[in-house]
Design a protein around this ligand. Structure first.
Ligand code: PGA
Length: 250
């Protein structure tokens, strides 16, 4: 039995006071409810304040990215060691905005996943095809390559690994995938995970992401192979995000 994981990817939004106000409200809403894991993924600047506010609460904390080298001359980067120091539980690896806007390749994404696991933190490996790749009919080829290279540095134990399937054309567009397509892809990813990790592949959670909102969340979160959602735009308001997270209760 996999506990659904619903995560709020704030992207480049919110100042520290805004982050605090959001988290205080979300904590009011969440109470002590279990059965679904709820994670907030703020900007680096808000991570220390968020870690303080969320300590001892049921809410998890994630970073949007982290660089695999432990320290060094990498101006502008924040290392996995540094986000581990803040106390994050999750790190997004290879979000499509990192891949497409900042030129992150599969090899770097794989090193990030490996470094995150080495620090005892859970990587959320993001995979998904662009519209051009979809039109060219190569969806599985793209996703399979991203999976293979993304976990290339792991042995046969995936530990807490999470996969987020996010078709790039569905991100921030208001056009979500059809639940049946999300299920078909998640099932295919599940088969791949079993081949790669054996029975342990069944423990890996697979999220859907891309224009998830309060209206469609229930449809995605009830799919047999979809174990949660990675929510961007609709996660920026705590009440809306909590409404989405609640639809993951099984
Ligand atoms: P969206 O973003 O919900 O705004 O489409 C999802 C994501 O990028 O993780």
């Amino acid at each position: 039995m996999r506990t659904p994981l619903v995560a709020a990817n704030w992207k480049m939004h919110k100042t520290i006071p805004e982050a605090r106000a959001y988290l205080e409200r979300l904590l009011e809403l969440v109470g002590r409810e279990a059965g679904v894991e709820v994670v907030v993924i703020p900007s680096f600047t808000s991570l220390p304040a968020a870690a303080e506010l969320l300590a001892g609460t049921p809410l998890g904390l994630g970073a949007q990215d982290a660089y695999p080298e432990p320290a060094g001359a990498y101006t502008g980067e924040v290392s996995v060691t540094q986000v581990a120091d803040v106390g994050v539980h999750y790190v997004l690896c290879g979000h499509s905005e990192r891949r497409n806007l900042f030129g992150e390749g599969d090899e770097l994404v794989g090193r990030k996943v490996q470094a995150v696991v080495a620090h005892g933190i859970t990587p959320i490996l993001c995979v998904g095809e662009t519209l051009d790749e979809r039109r060219a009919g190569g969806v599985w080829k793209v996703v399979e390559r991203q999976l293979e290279r993304g976990v290339a540095g792991l042995n046969d134990n995936p530990r807490g690994l999470v996969i987020a399937y996010e078709p790039v054309w569905a991100i921030g567009t208001g056009v979500a995938a059809q639940p049946s397509d999300a299920q078909a892809m998640a099932a295919r990813i599940r088969v791949w995970l079993r081949k790669r990790f054996g029975a342990r592949g069944d423990r890996v959670r697979i999220q859907y992401g891309g224009s998830v909102n309060t209206d469609n969340a229930g449809g995605f979160l009830s799919l047999p192979d979809v174990d949660g959602a990675l929510v961007g735009g609709a996660s920026l308001d705590p009440d809306t995000f909590w409404a989405i997270a609640r639809s993951a209760h099984r």
